[in-house]
Design a binder for this molecule. Sequence first.
Ligand code: CA
Length: 242
Amino acid sequence: MGTSSNISILIVEDEPEIAQLIQQTLESEAFSCCVATDGLMALEFFQQQQPDAIVLDLMLPGLDGLEVCTRIRQQHYGKDPYILMLTAKGEEIDRVIGLSTGADDYLVKPFSPRELVARVRALLRRSLRQGGQSSHIYKTKHFTVDLERHIAIRQLTSHSPETLDLTTLEFNLLATFLSYPGRVWSRTQLIDKLWGDDFFGDERVVDTHIRRLRKKIEPDAANPTFIKTIVGVGYKFEDESI
Ligand code: CA
């Protein structure tokens, strides 16, 4: 059965056909799955089973996905699972990204089984990284961040590689971006990553650090090509993968 067999995933979805599709898809990848059909059941299963990841539908009867997510993140014992939120098209997406939901990623319905597997695998790769069991180097076309050696390198086209002189916070910010190129981060999500529970203050502080990081990594900080502002939401790091 491959290496997935000891990884458990909780599926929270009230529509039986979708739940079944997700379960079949993930089980065929050798993940062990269980299904909760509403929010309360999800919380109960979460406590009993301590899954590695949760595929969580946003629209659920009773307790919705946002509430489930918030409650799971508030629990300070046991595993901190990776959460992939499922949303329907439309405004819900802004709610999921824009608010402090604590979801790690989201997927818009309808999605293909392949997409689902790719997202789940991407989340689990990140979890392995954080556990130090996998690569500690993030690489895109122009940037390399080595977490263990605490080195960030930029290589612009037709330039030689330069080691970037970053503060710890800027380094962590760049590493966060590189860990997931193309992902849109809300300010709240970046604060969670960078400060965790220790943060008190105005979330606009993120903008200040973004501005400083841009000065150090962008060829033209006034017209950023790598760290893009997503108006009303937050930021996105874009660079070609290699
Ligand atoms: Ca639903």
